[in-house]
Design a protein. Structure first.
Length: 460
């Protein structure tokens, strides 16, 4: 795959995300034994897709185990991705995945340069010093003759026939203005030769590399104005519920909407482009219109995924003929989350309305799906021992907020489905197996984007 000549933001013809995904590592959702990467494991096959059906009381019995739900979300994104790649200006490419190798467009450095401030000298000393020095950014200077020196700045072009560069602190001039070295001069010292870092045509980074700030610098140095990349998945957020306030204090049975402010920056940190956040209340017709009219790659809904009188997500998905890929997950909080395919290249993640339950759904279903759509590499799983024991659910996985202290994870209080106080102070979520975990037991950890200090922390 090679870079194409395109205008910034223009689709790159004949390429698509599937080609990039083929080079991106599949996630391994087994609980690891330690911080070092675990061995590869086969990803469980997704359960058969089926038309969305009305929510029934036996929903827990058909709920998907937590590790399998994450694998299904990642595989669902792979199965429907024929998204074109784009040419993106460097300044807009941070956090994207390269879809063409980053190949050097020039030698680096592109000419012999001085690595230090000092003098360029030719032949043995002492040397007569030219009157005019050489600065960076100027055209090639005249050649030196044996016994001649010239003042030179770091990054400036080396004159032809230069023997070495003497650092400013390693030279002195006598009363006749002649330069003397205060230590032995080695041939070629403090000269960066042309092509020392790379030659034109060398591959600097492969397809699938994440664009970090350092990659931006390398691409610029190598002569790039744009890079070929996987576009950010487009996400539309639908906030549902008549009981939600957008400002002020809770009153008269109404509560503040916590998910509207929280989800967009979190989704951006997962690599998405949030195209809109819309509030629809408990209105089945409005919900159907919003879903069928959306052009996003992923629709995220909040609330309405259970079986209450105003929970319209399941009936709406049934009416539009969507396929339920995950209908409930064996995880606490967040059990009534869901994943559906609404169109050939569009999915919907239904998050529970309780805030921490919604976070659970975000990390269980939205994160693997978005990561795959963005062709980002899967994070290496890691585990740490618990400082304190935690209670578990008898049959389901449990996700609890923890802070990291040295080589252990400390469970936090305020970890109920409707609570955000614990997750607001957390570094990660610990994956607690059914039955709970004892003190010192190692558990898999899910880093939060801002706590992992990764490239994902780009909220704008």
């Amino acid at each position: 795959m090679t870079a194409r000549s395109t205008r910034p933001g223009e689709d790159v013809e004949d390429l698509d995300v599937e080609e990039v995904l083929a080079l991106v590592k599949e996630p391994d959702h087994r609980a690891p034994d330690h911080r070092t990467p675990g061995d590869s494991a086969p990803v469980p096959a997704p359960q058969a897709a089926h038309p969305a059906a009305p929510h029934k009381p036996d929903a827990h019995h058909r709920a998907t185990p937590w590790p399998e739900a994450r694998s299904i979300a990642a595989r669902a994104a792979r199965s429907g991705a024929r998204r074109p790649l784009v040419s993106v200006p460097l300044e807009a490419s941070l956090g994207l995945t390269l879809a063409a190798p980053l190949t050097a467009l020039t030698d680096l450095p592109s000419f012999d340069t001085s690595a230090m401030d000092g003098w360029a000298v030719a032949g043995p000393g002492p040397w007569d010093v030219r009157d005019k020095g050489i600065l960076a950014g100027h055209a090639e200077p005249g050649a030196l003759t044996d016994g001649e020196a010239v003042r030179i700045a770091t990054g400036a072009r080396i004159p032809p026939d230069t023997t070495a560069v003497i650092r400013s602190e390693h030279g002195r001039t006598d009363d006749k203005g002649r330069l003397h070295a205060t230590r032995e001069v080695q041939h070629g010292q403090d000269i960066r030769p042309r092509g020392q870092e790379c030659r034109t045509g060398d591959q600097l980074l492969p397809v699938g590399a994440l664009v970090t700030p350092a990659v931006l610098g390398l691409a610029a140095a190598a002569g790039y104005d744009t890079v070929t990349a996987v576009p950010r998945p487009r996400v539309e957020v639908l906030v549902l519920g008549d009981e939600l306030l957008t400002e002020g204090r809770p009153h008269d049975g109404l509560i503040r909407d916590a998910l509207g402010p929280m989800l967009p920056p979190w989704l951006r940190a997962l690599g998405a482009e949030v195209t809109s956040v819309r509030r629809h209340g408990d209105d089945a017709k409005a919900l159907r219109k919003a879903i069928t009219g959306s052009e996003a790659d992923l629709i995220v809904t909040t609330g309405g995924t259970a079986s209450g009188p105003v929970d319209h997500v399941h009936p709406t998905l049934q009416r539009i003929g969507a396929e339920l890929l995950v209908d409930g997950v064996k995880v606490r909080p967040g059990h009534p989350m869901l994943l559906a395919r609404t169109k050939e290249n569009q999915h919907l993640v239904g998050l529970p309305g309780n805030p921490l339950a919604a976070v659970s759904g975000l990390l269980t279903l939205a994160e693997p799906l978005l990561r795959t759509l963005a062709a980002r590499p899967a994070p290496e799983p890691y585990a740490l021992p618990l400082q304190d024991g935690v209670h578990g659910h008898p049959y389901d996985t449990r996700l609890i907020p923890v802070v990291l202290r040295g080589d252990s994870a400390v469970p936090l209080h305020y970890n109920g489905p409707a609570m955000l106080r614990g997750i607001a102070a957390a570094d990660a979520l610990a994956v607690v197996p059914p039955g709970g975990a004892r003190p010192g037991q190692e558990l898999e950890l899910l880093d939060l984007p801002w706590a992992s200090a990764g490239i994902g922390v780009c909220f704008t």
